[in-house]
Ligand binder design. Structure first.
Ligand code: NDP
Ligand code: 2IT
Length: 450
């Protein structure tokens, strides 16, 4: 029998598909969330009457704009910029900016949609938003990056503010880019330190923000293992990517006594049987902005597999942390990992596992920490950066780290509890979706038809 909740969710999903036929990534993110929500609408039929889901899935506002800039040869380049202000039900729009050639409206909408639930799960008062550009930072000089950021912010500044919309970093946007973006915002509007997060420590940034997403994903994994009487010590782990999230996930894993044997970038992966040397990776990625293959110059005993010659998920490990990008882990990868004895996976990237891969892990009993729960540490500490900016003071590294730990533990608890309450005990995908949704739904319901 089809329940009223199931019928309502299915009907709204059909409408979303019809309205956004080419937005594949967006529809994937929506399907994953919608799959979880039917029992909520059965429990709260007033949300059906208020047509809450159809309202929530439509962004409050989509801003798309031209970003013209001059390259070092003096030639005019043009990119497309976006900011999707998805939901302000529980706070100002909050979410990162992604600079990557693959960026489309579909990508930014999927990320913004996910961000609503993730931000709600942190327990902090932040709404959901996301932005970015199809600009490719690879191979650009510092001066080109600066000119691009200045042009991007010249338009974006019309739409953001400390109580309105607070962007931060994501793929291709780190400390350097946030610095240039902040400088241009300040030039046009005066000093407003709460308008961006992920800022440098010299001008209003928070200690532990750089580390927060990577540390948080490891804290989340630790919670999943502890709930089963297990721990991180002596586990073998694979971490994909070698950017901000991957680097600090590796750092925390090593601190906790796990051995990380592999990481990657878009050109391929390195395998180092004795465990990765993180100092070498930081030197290559954070200082030289180079390719991961350069790890072999530091450690000739490691092996590099070019992208065409193998997948990082072919390696044997107890724990997997996809920390690069969406849909990087497919069903075939899940099957290999399961065959090789994987115990648990925590998603550092946004939507790194395809829907089929997620189902395969869950079916096989692998502990699964979905992105919107497991990688919420970054945005959580961004919200703490906003708090410190408002108070005009700064907390110590340990103070922020302790708050981060408590938030990640709280997210694991509320996702576990919601899963149990709605009849899906142990399913953190369903639990995270429901727990994240409930607060936003309550806020929307109380605020009337807006
Ligand atoms: P970075 O730009 O610092 O690093 C991205 C890493 O992923 C690089 O190693 C990059 O390799 C690799 N990568 C990116 N795109 C692709 C691709 N299409 N195929 C293969 N590899 C790819 O980004 P972050 O570490 O900040 O972000 C990584 C993931 O984590 C993203 O999904 C992001 O949305 C998510 N995330 C980030 C947060 C943050 O605070 N920064 C918070 C929560 C989630 P290459 O250099 O070769 O492109
Ligand atoms: O996906 C994400 O949560 C981020 N890129 C971080 C967003 C933020 O506002 O810190």
């Amino acid at each position: 029998m089809v329940t009223a909740g199931q019928a309502y969710v299915a009907e709204v999903f059909e409408k979303v598909k019809r309205a956004n036929p080419h937005e594949v990534e967006f529809l994937q993110a929506v399907e994953e969330v919608f799959d979880s929500l039917a029992p909520v609408f059965d429990a709260y039929p007033n949300y059906i009457a208020e047509n809450l889901l159809e309202r929530l899935v439509e962004p409050e506002r989509i801003i798309s704009f031209r970003v013209p800039w001059l390259d070092d040869k003096g030639q005019v380049q043009v990119n497309r910029g976006y900011r999707v202000q998805y939901s302000s039900a529980i706070g100002p729009y909050k979410g990162g900016l992604r600079f990557h050639p693959s960026v489309t409206q579909s990508i930014i909408k999927f990320l913004g949609f996910e961000q609503i639930f993730k931000n709600s799960l942190t327990g902090l008062p932040i709404g959901g938003g996301k932005g970015g550009s199809n600009f490719d930072p690879k191979g650009k000089s510092d001066a080109e990056i600066m000119r691009f950021c200045q042009s991007f912010m010249t338009e974006l500044q019309k739409h953001i503010g400390p109580s309105l919309d607070v962007p931060a970093g994501d793929i291709g946007v780190g400390g350097r880019e946030i610095g240039y973006l902040f400088g241009q915002y300040k030039r046009l509007n005066g000093y407003e330190n709460g308008v961006l997060t992920g800022k440098g420590l010299a001008y209003g940034g928070s200690l532990t923000r750089k580390e927060a997403t990577g540390y948080g994903v490891v804290y989340f994994m630790e919670q999943m293992l502890e709930a089963k009487g297990d721990s991180l010590a002596d586990k073998t782990a694979i971490v994909s990517g070698s950017g901000n999230v991957a680097i600090y996930a590796i750092e925390k894993l090593q601190e906790k006594g796990a051995k990380v044997v592999a990481c990657s970038d878009s050109s391929g992966y390195i395998y180092h049987e004795n465990g990765l040397d993180l100092a070498a990776i930081k030197q290559i990625k954070e200082v030289e902005r180079g390719r991961i293959k350069a790890y072999l110059d530091h450690h000739p005993d490691a092996v590099f597999y070019p992208r065409e010659e193998g997948r990082i998920w072919d390696l044997k490990a107890d724990l997997a942390f996809p920390c690069a990008t969406q849909n990087e882990l497919e069903e075939r990868d899940a099957k290999t990992l399961i065959q090789n004895g994987l115990i648990a996976i925590a998603e550092g990237a946004n939507m790194p596992s395809t829907l089929e891969a997620t189902k395969a892990f869950q079916k096989a009993g692998v502990l699964f920490g979905p992105a919107k729960a497991a990688n919420a540490g970054g945005v959580a500490v961004s919200a703490l950066e906003m708090s410190q900016n408002s108070m005009r003071l700064s907390w110590s590294f340990d103070e922020v780290d302790e708050k981060l730990y408590a938030i990640m533990k709280g997210i694991h608890q509320s996702a576990s509890q919601a899963a149990e309450d709605f009849g899906h005990s142990g399913d953190l995908v369903v639990g995270a979706n429901i727990a994240g949704f409930l607060k936003v739904a309550e806020a929307m319901s109380q605020q009337g038809l807006i």
